[in-house]
Write a protein that binds this ligand. Structure first.
Ligand code: PLP
Length: 230
């Protein structure tokens, strides 16, 4: 047993992802496992890193910056939480991808700061597929136009879509939402617009990543299943 049991947890999650990929004829390399390390100390992240994990997800700007400072530089940091415009400047040159863009104004700010720092920022558009009042994200109706508008901004690259499905007791209940997000991404891809690639589908968390993989997720964001309860 490793110090925090994290290696064993990652191994178990990996096995489920691999099995699901085999079941639905996908290549395991199509799915990136993002270890969601929010609220967890760097010692735990280091254990995941030592086991081979290079993709970490954080939902707060300050915490991401603190961990960025002390952790190895080959980590890909994924910003998965709601992002305030006034904090964009701190992370545009540190994150690998921002999963939680849900408004034109936020995208404009990211673009502006990216131009200043001379970087191109990969982003996903967050869609509130289940229309939950408690969640951020654009609607299924608005997402297409939003993607088109954002794609015109400099130094920003739209890579795909992200959703946070409802908290459910049975993961099968979320299958319809993953199918819907996949369909929207295919529809947008079919438009063949400049500066829009729909290669990334970030969906699935500890409670439902198996179903998400079977519906086409290319990123799953697993926190509790790797680091334990928060
Ligand atoms: C916390 C969080 C996760 C991970 O949730 P778990 O249920 O612990 O796996 C995934 N995505 C987002 C956006 C989160 O905020």
């Amino acid at each position: 047993m490793s110090e925090y049991g994290i290696k064993e947890n990652i191994k178990a999650v990996e096995e489920i992802i691999t099995a699901e990929c085999e079941k639905c004829g996908r290549d395991r390399s199509e799915v990136t496992l993002i270890a969601v390390s929010k609220t967890k100390p760097v010692e735990m992240l280091q254990e995941a890193y030592d086991y081979g994990c290079r993709d970490f997800g954080e939902n707060k700007v300050q915490e991401l910056m603190d961990k960025y400072e002390v952790m190895p530089k080959d980590i890909r940091w994924h910003m998965i939480g709601h992002l305030q415009r006034n904090k964009v400047k701190y992370i545009v040159d540190k994150v690998y991808m921002i999963h939680s863009v849900d408004s034109f104004r936020l995208a404009e700010e990211i673009s502006k700061e990216a131009v200043k720092k001379n970087v191109t920022v990969k982003i996903l558009i967050e869609v509130n597929v289940a229309n939950e009042a408690s969640k951020f994200g654009t609607t299924c109706e608005e997402v297409r136009q939003l993607v088109r508008d954002i794609a015109k901004l400099p130094n920003i690259s739209v890579q795909g879509l992200m959703t946070i499905a409802p908290f459910v007791d049975d993961e099968e209940k979320n299958r319809c939402y993953f199918q819907k997000l996949k369909k929207i991404s295919v529809d947008i891809m079919d438009e063949n617009s400049d500066n829009i690639v729909m290669e990334t589908l970030s969906m699935g968390m500890t409670g439902d990543y198996r179903v998400a993989v079977s519906e086409g997720a290319t990123c799953v964001r697993v926190g509790t299943g790797i680091f334990g309860v928060r």
